[in-house]
Design a binder for this molecule. Structure first.
Ligand code: CP
Length: 305
């Protein structure tokens, strides 16, 4: 079993990992030796704080071992991707792969002889979405019937929230002035729409009052943010997205929870002060990456009944 996108997982699998993530958080000692002697290999083509740390520290806390590999200092970028993943999977018990292209995640999963977790690609970020569900379950005590509004670029994070919503009965409204062409998944949007669990709009205000939670993500990938050659694209996006910024004025008097997958660009997609607002779940959400990723490892290890 792999974790490529939540589209592949059943509702039962997802609820099981959400519930187990909450139990891992409450009772970490119960799971201290759960993957003793096993190794999780983490291969990253892009930078990461949360996904890498949750994978490495989570493996240690479960009694296993983590091996971090970066793209530049291995032969993944020089050789046939399938060959390299097949070899890596013959040394390790699980793989977390953060690759730029979803097609490469699919090739990696096909070649891997052990469970592979998609650590974020251009189309999906399932580890993040499982954490988001866990955080909402923890806060609201339920998932079915919740209304989540996502504001920003329709991207891999948004796709994973929509896919999650389909599986747990959560409605997702995407307020997005722009769709990331590489992330676009029309089949997913059609299925979510058919189920009455998805709405796409460019109108900011009507959805907010009906929302239990509001979620945003960066307008431009972190690694491109300060690059001079992307300055023109950054300026275009800032002008397009500025009216969609989450700030205290927009959310004044609204009774909803605030989420962001982090890292955040303060003053762009979100006013920095909102991260510390009493309605914010952002740092709980970030902490939950650890507990949730441990639950995923337990699931893929066959250690959940
Ligand atoms: N949210 C998230 O995936 O964070 P990292 O990029 O730091 O792993």
């Amino acid at each position: 079993m792999h974790l490529i996108t939540l589209k592949d997982w059943s509702s039962e699998d997802i609820h099981q990992v959400v519930e187990r993530g909450l139990d891992v958080k409450s009772n970490p000692q119960h799971y201290a030796g759960a993957i003793a002697g096993r190794t999780v290999a983490l291969l990253f083509q892009k930078t990461s704080t949360r996904t890498r740390c949750a994978g490495e520290i989570g493996a240690t806390q479960l009694g296993g071992h983590a091996l971090y590999l970066d793209w530049q200092n291995t032969n993944f970028g020089l050789a046939d991707l399938g060959d390299e993943f097949r070899v890596l999977s013959s040394y390790s018990d699980f793989i977390v792969a953060r690759l730029l292209e979803h097609t490469d995640i699919l090739r990696a999963a096909e070649a891997s002889q052990v469970p592979l977790m998609n650590g974020c690609c251009n189309r999906y970020h399932p580890l993040q979405a499982l954490t988001d569900l866990m955080t909402l379950q923890e806060s609201f005590g339920k998932l079915e019937g919740l209304r989540l509004t996502y504001v920003g670029v329709l991207n891999n994070v948004a796709n994973s929230l929509i896919a999650a919503g389909v599986k747990v009965g959560m409605h997702v409204t995407c307020i997005c002035p722009e769709v990331n062409a590489a992330a676009r998944d029309d089949e997913l949007y059609a299925e979510a729409t058919r189920l009455g669990l998805y709405e796409y709009t460019k109108e900011l205000h009507p959805a907010l009052e009906k929302s239990d939670a509001i979620y945003t993500d960066t307008w431009i990938d972190m690694e491109f943010f300060g690059e001079p050659k992307f300055a023109g694209e950054k300026q275009r996006r800032v002008e397009l997205f500025q009216p969609y910024q989450l700030n205290r004025e927009l959310l004044v008097d609204l009774d909803l929870k605030i989420l962001h997958c982090l890292p955040a660009h303060h003053g762009y997609e979100i006013e920095g002060a909102l991260l510390h607002d009493e309605r914010s779940l952002v740092f709980t959400q970030a902490e939950n990456r650890l507990h949730s990723q441990k639950a995923v490892m337990l699931k893929l290890a066959g250690a959940l009944s």
